[in-house]
Design a protein around this ligand. Structure first.
Ligand code: TXA
Ligand code: MG
Length: 325
């Protein structure tokens, strides 16, 4: 049920009272608190089980508010904000005095964005301030892209859930650090590297977590319960077979054009041919494979261009080593 005006007012009241509101954005659902209320911000970390040193994103209702929340906005930041806000782009800038250190994990920089979702924008307008919100999942888990996912993840730990329907983008915002001499991408996401480069008129470095590296170096994040195993597309079926013979319940993620042969898996997902649809559906199908009882998910990464860069990044992170003990 999509949020009504009365829900927006109620949610704004919860924020004013120091409570937590789950809110839809175009990327994923966020777990929001009044950015200027350190106690409310601290509760976000408790509810998520997130280490307090991991900084949050401050969501603003309007790009005009930027100067109230950050110091020293360089021309590059203005250019990107003007071109991509509201939208799935987060800018890292110098922290303004309004932002408590609780929200930045103690850093002197702050991440800010204006989300492109009517319900989020209505809430931000009704509330008037900044809303600090990480993705509304337990630390390390798959981000929620529907209000039901949020309820499954967080249950009663959140004071109010605003339903804005399924998220249109499906992967988190692209984070660009604009504090240095040249902007750099900290996390690929909903705004593509190509779109940023077109506006900036120079190439941007790809963050190391998505470039080709020794597999298994990254601590797992964006991860379903099932272990994620990444192989080359040609090896998908044989790896699924091997895993099944080893006694696993295998969830197999097949590229769009793969043949319809009998597949040795407990559950099969065929990813859509369009990268937009793939990104939109990614977290939903990872959740679905968990729910179907898979303990291993065998997949390959798409070509790392356009939204494929963010999808590959999330799959690699999901396949990273799990904490033990
Ligand atoms: O699309 C999104 O960005 C979603 C929606 C809810 O807006 N939010 C989101 O938040 O993904 P979260 O907390 O799950 O991820 C925020 C990322 C973290 O990886 C954090 O390290 C980084 O932003 N970040 C936040 N502040 C930062 C800062 N000052 N410097 C560098 N990275 C920062
Ligand atoms: Mg997150």
């Amino acid at each position: 049920m999509i949020a009504r005006t009365s829900d927006i007012e109620k949610a704004a009241g919860v924020l004013r009272a120091g409570g937590l509101v789950a809110l839809p954005t175009e990327t994923v659902y966020g777990l929001g608190a009044d950015a200027e209320d350190p106690a409310a911000v601290s509760r976000i970390f408790q509810v998520k089980g997130r280490p307090p040193s991991h900084p949050l994103i401050v969501h603003l209702g309007d790009a005009q508010m930027l100067d109230e929340w950050v110091e020293d906005v360089p021309p590059t930041a203005r250019l990107l904000a003007e071109r991509f806000w509201p939208g799935p782009l987060t800018l890292v800038l110098r922290r303004g005095r309004r932002v408590p250190l609780e929200a930045t994990g103690g850093l002197e920089t702050v991440a800010v964005r204006v989300p492109d979702h009517p319900v989020a924008l209505a809430l931000l307008a009704a509330f008037g301030g900044g809303v600090t919100a990480p993705s509304a999942n337990r630390f390390g888990a798959v981000s929620p892209t529907t209000a039901d996912h949020v309820r499954m993840e967080l249950g009663d730990a959140v004071d109010f859930v605003l339903d804005g329907g399924p998220c249109a983008v499906g992967v988190e915002s692209t984070i660009v650090d604009v504090t240095g001499d040249t902007p750099s991408i900290l996390r690929p996401g909903g705004i593509t590297r190509e779109a940023l480069e077109e506006v900036l008129r120079h190439p941007l470095a790809v963050p190391s977590s998505s470039s080709v590296r020794v597999p298994g170096q990254h601590p797992s994040h964006y991860a379903p319960r099932a272990r994620v195993v990444l192989v080359e597309p040609e090896g998908l079926v044989s790896e699924a077979q091997r895993m099944r013979e080893a006694g696993h319940r295998v969830g197999l993620v097949l590229p769009p054009a793969s043949p319809d042969a009998a597949v040795p898996a407990h559950a099969v997902v065929r990813v859509p041919g369009s990268m937009t649809d793939y990104a939109r559906g990614l977290y939903g199908f990872l959740r679905e494979l968990d729910q179907q009882g898979c303990d291993v998910i065998v997949a390959s990464v798409p070509a790392e261009e356009g939204l494929g860069l963010a999808i590959a990044n999330r799959l690699r992170r999901a396949a990273g080593p799990r904490p033990t003990g």
